[in-house]
Design a protein around this ligand. Sequence first.
Ligand code: PGA
Length: 251
Amino acid sequence: MSSLPYIVGNWKMNGTRAMLAEARAIDRAASRFPGVQVALAPPFTLVHAMREAVQEIGVGGQDCHVQPGGAFTGDISAPILADAGADFTIVGHSERRALHGEGDALVRDKAEAAQAAGLSVILCVGETEAERDSGKAEAVVSGQLAGSLPRGDDAAVRLAVAYEPVWAIGTGRVPSVDDVGAMHRAIRAQLVAIYGDAGQGVRILYGGSVNAGNAAELLAADEVGGALVGGASLTAESFTAIIGAAALERD
Ligand code: PGA
């Protein structure tokens, strides 16, 4: 597992073919920062075209179905994503958990289905504001990890965890660097408890309102191995600034 900082853009339900120009520009920028691993997760419809349009960066999905194929109208399976050229998929994003009622067991099945298809997985966890305010943030995240981390041989090899406090997503609010570090240390301890030494190699990304202005200090927090970026990944200008901050952090 590479220890390069991993900066991933999650385009969510944004992205028409016109935005491939941004992806190309992000790809060119990424080639100037070889010490940073960069990837984008566009809508499914752009995965193949983006894979063809870029050279340096990874391309992935934002979700996958647990089954490899069949009568599941509107869904996309992990082997279909892989066939389209995806290297990875996000699973368990809080928008999937909240808006599509996805629970830990389903997220775990999705993570395992993705790995079985040869994809890497970015597994998202994070607490709500009420959970943080009542002092339950670490317990909630620990429960999500216990229930949704993929298991089995080599499950830790193609895996990253993204800690994304729900209240920080798209709000412009971020936790303190101390709170990020504390949560990431707790996640690391749990990864090692579950996977043994292999748990040390799983990168833990921070996500939630990462932008050019706050990326450097968030990336410097304990056990932060990269960032999962929503809004600020939609233009090459803002995303490149975050990639640049990751490159400086590494030096
Ligand atoms: P945001 O989204 O950067 O727009 O807050 C992050 C995410 O949901 O992955």
